[in-house]
Design a protein around this ligand. Structure first.
Ligand code: HEC
Length: 243
């Protein structure tokens, strides 16, 4: 018995990462059917011993939700990779896609149909599309200042959001997003720390805000709404993936 266990543990420790469970990657149809993944995934696996397979329900996903890392683009659509930052293997995949070798591998793919994928592109292009007018720009700034402490607003504060708090992209994908944003100050947990000039009652003296309060005006909220509304401009077409 001892001997069997010993053999077993030797086998396990000698097992290369190759035989670890493959990481699933979910991608939109136009990416799956282009042949790109069949081109890049085996090359990544060969290099790292980490197997990634295209799946309908992957632990990693590619979509247009800008809260992920922009990894490649085609015909003006930027695809973002969403991974679990706690997984070293998923981080490795992301870093490889963003590396020079990864980018070259993506760009070396000649699709049987349609235009090639690009891995070198200006992410600023998305930002520009979001900044439709002054209000949206102000709304973006206000979102980062007031909401970015807890919510992931975009790639810039991807690391700061609180895990349990829905990202703006996820909220924006809800059919009634605008009602939720218009009334956010009345929806938990916000009333405890939010003051909107001329709208909310001052905090009760015996119940002061537990954190540095969010203090803003209705026009600030309008600007935030304009910014969140414009988030859709970057996502035209495919619906956002809800995590
Ligand atoms: C201190 C942390 C914090 C700050 C700051 C914050 N939020 Fe939230 N927000 C949350 C949490 C947590 C939830 C999720 C509540 C839930 O799921 O019950 C949430 C949910 C929401 C929702 C969905 C509410 C619902 O019930 O559908 C909206 C809309 C929202 N926040 C907008 C904002 C806006 C706009 C700002 C900035 C002006 C902001 N939040 C600032 C923590 C915060």
């Amino acid at each position: 018995m001892r001997f069997v266990l010993l053999c077993l543990s030797l086998t396990l420790s000698a097992t290369p990462s190759w035989s670890q469970e493959a990481l699933g990657l979910m991608a939109p149809d136009e990416v799956s059917s282009s042949g790109l993944l069949q081109h890049i995934l085996p090359r990544f696996s060969l290099k790292t011993g980490i197997r990634v397979i295209a799946e309908d329900s992957g632990v990693m996903s590619l979509d247009q939700d800008p809260s992920g890392d922009p990894v490649f683009a085609r015909d003006g659509t930027i695809y973002h990779l969403h991974i679990d930052e706690d997984s070293a293997r998923q981080m490795r995949f992301r870093d490889w896609l963003l590396s020079d070798i990864g980018k070259r591998t993506i760009e070396s793919f000649v699709p049987p149909q349609g235009t090639p994928f690009r891995a070198h592109f200006e992410v600023a292009a998305t930002k520009k599309a979001l900044e439709i007018d002054g209000d949206t720009t102000r709304g973006q700034e206000l979102s980062f200042t007031h909401c970015g402490r807890c919510h992931v607003i975009g790639p810039q504060n991807r690391m700061n959001g609180l895990g349990s708090t829905p990202s703006f992209a996820v909220l924006r994908a809800m059919p009634d997003w605008s009602e939720r944003f218009q009334a956010f100050f009345a929806l938990n947990p916000h009333p405890a720390f939010t003051q909107i000039e001329g709208v909310t009652e001052p905090f009760a003296p015996e119940r002061p805000s537990p954190i540095h309060p969010v203090e803003m005006s209705l026009s600030d909220l309008e600007a935030i709404l304009a910014f969140v509304a414009a988030l859709s401009a970057a996502d035209l077409g495919a619906p956002l993936q809800l995590q």
